[in-house]
Design a protein around this ligand. Sequence first.
Ligand code: GLY
Length: 328
Amino acid sequence: FMRRHGIPTAPHHAFADLEAARRYLATQPAPYVIKADGLAAGKGVLICATREEAEQGLRAMLVDKAFGASGEQVVIEGFLRGEEASYFAICDGTDFVPCPAAQDHKPLGDLDRGPNTGGMGAYCPAPLVTPAVERRVIERIVRPTLAGMAAEGHPFQGVLYVGLMIDDADVPHVVEYNCRFGDPECQPLLMLLASDLAELLEAAADGQVSRVQPRWRTGAAACIVMASGGYPGPCEQGFPIHGLEALPDSPDCRVFHAGTARRNGDWVNHGGRVLGVTAWGADLGAALAAGYRLVSRVGWQGAIYRKDIGLKGLKRDPGGRPATNVAL
Ligand code: GLY
């Protein structure tokens, strides 16, 4: 789709045959990105530093069927360098309303170390997406995507999530599309929405999204994900979560339940990502300080969370200031 419509993404090719895939690999520079073509619960992407590693990955998917039917076809992509951002547009088939850009933190550990996860935290707006970058995202990606979908007989109505890689020259490329909000990007994004979400979605469903101009709060919001010990592998579950009842309930700080359950009157952790601790502040530093203050009041045995959510944003945003208890 992106090739047909001239939408910038990594160079790529799909293969079902190991030998053909190996021959293509030999013509491409390292590092390599190998993706199972089907859905693999976020785990079907390998970043390979060498050709040997990439060939092992290809063999695991195409011959050993490590990802089952999802890996019967693989996509070999060029490696995009830069910083990632998540861009959301509420679309009505031809037109759209843009949302402030967010940034997720996919690796498990501080400073982007460790295995990839569904997302360990997010903040919004992301200073990486300057007005100039946003104009490029809209003109080179969002508009051609909507026009291409309509031209091919599938006008897109709903939330378009464009996963972006923005390179050093501020040029955005598409890493992925999703037809939904992001988790955890949705939490800080919607904390900034000051008008009615339902009205906006209804207008999109009616094909008249420009009828509604959403109002966004000033300042910033941040979400710190608290996860179970062991995540993203098998998790230790069933431990009572302390501190939830004593938290303030306000539009400026919300703890979203993702993987919890009620047991004998207690909340317990029940899943990988358990809580999305989300706070608003007058700037990113204030939002992070408020979010980490909430995190310090909640916990359970084995709980883990990143201590550097928003750090990249703070480094870029001259108005931001380090949150007092962001360890890094
Ligand atoms: N946070 C990444 C996603 O929602 O896909």
